[in-house]
Ligand binder design. Structure first.
Ligand SMILES: [Zn+2]
Length: 234
């Protein structure tokens, strides 16, 4: 996501994209957030609500959990690259992990709010820089949590769409102008209907994959165990 004269990385979404979407099409997306910038749960929750509204514009529901910082080093990294802008595998990660770092590394463009690894099915898929979010919130209209919410939504868009591509307008615009941020301050910029359909297709891929990987229960008793009750107690 980016800002004209300021940021790169496209984070805008709008509720309009919801048109045509009825109910969660993709299925719930499980998101874990690692607060390495010590933002605190209150601010993060506010940002996550903004992101959640944007995701709902595509009919996608999200669950949010706080990640344990010390666990990040034990995560298996997946360096699957984009091939001509898209992921070779259509399968979504079971969990999308977001880390919010306090500062962007030296040499990173001033316009960059964060980045994503759309094809990674394990490890950290999304990184957001809190100092860049703060800079945008000071220069533009939206507050910090709203900018953060949009930044996460934009990068989640890359992951859920399995693509590094950008659009000329909307949430997945690569470079955001002041006008874009002014719009984001007062409204939800949704995923487009085409993006929502693409996400729904990813959801179908995930359901088919889950079905193909299903292993039958070993016995009736095991089935009962899976169902949450014990036949012996009946
Ligand atoms: Zn982007």
């Amino acid at each position: 996501m980016t800002l004209t004269g300021g940021r790169k990385c496209g984070l805008l979404l709008g509720l309009c994209a919801l048109s045509g979407a009825s109910g969660p099409l993709l299925g719930p997306v499980h998101i874990v957030v690692y607060d390495d910038a010590a933002l605190g749960p209150e601010l993060l929750t506010t940002a996550e609500k903004v992101t959640g509204k944007i995701l709902l514009s595509s009919g996608t529901e999200a669950t949010w959990n706080a990640g344990v910082l010390a666990e990040r080093s034990r995560l298996t990294r997946d360096a699957s690259p984009l091939i001509e802008g898209h992921c070779a595998s259509p399968l979504l990660p079971d969990i999308v992990r977001v880390q919010v770092l306090a500062h962007a590394p030296a040499g990173r463009s001033r316009q960059t709010l964060g980045f994503s690894l759309p094809c990674s099915r394990t490890g950290i898929q999304i990184t957001i820089y809190a100092d860049r979010v703060e800079e945008v919130s000071q220069r533009m209209l939206p507050g910090f949590s709203r900018v953060l919410g949009y930044a996460m939504a934009h990068e989640l868009g890359h992951v859920l769409l399995r693509s590094g591509g950008h659009e000329d307008s909307g949430l997945m615009k690569g470079v955001w102008s002041k006008v874009d941020w002014q719009r984001a301050a007062f409204s939800i910029i949704p995923f487009t209907p085409a993006q929502a359909r693409q996400m729904a297709e990813q959801g179908r891929n995930r359901r088919v994959s889950n079905w193909l990987s299903y292993r039958p229960a070993r016995s009736v008793d095991h089935l009962a165990e899976l169902a949450g009750f014990s036949p012996a107690a009946q």
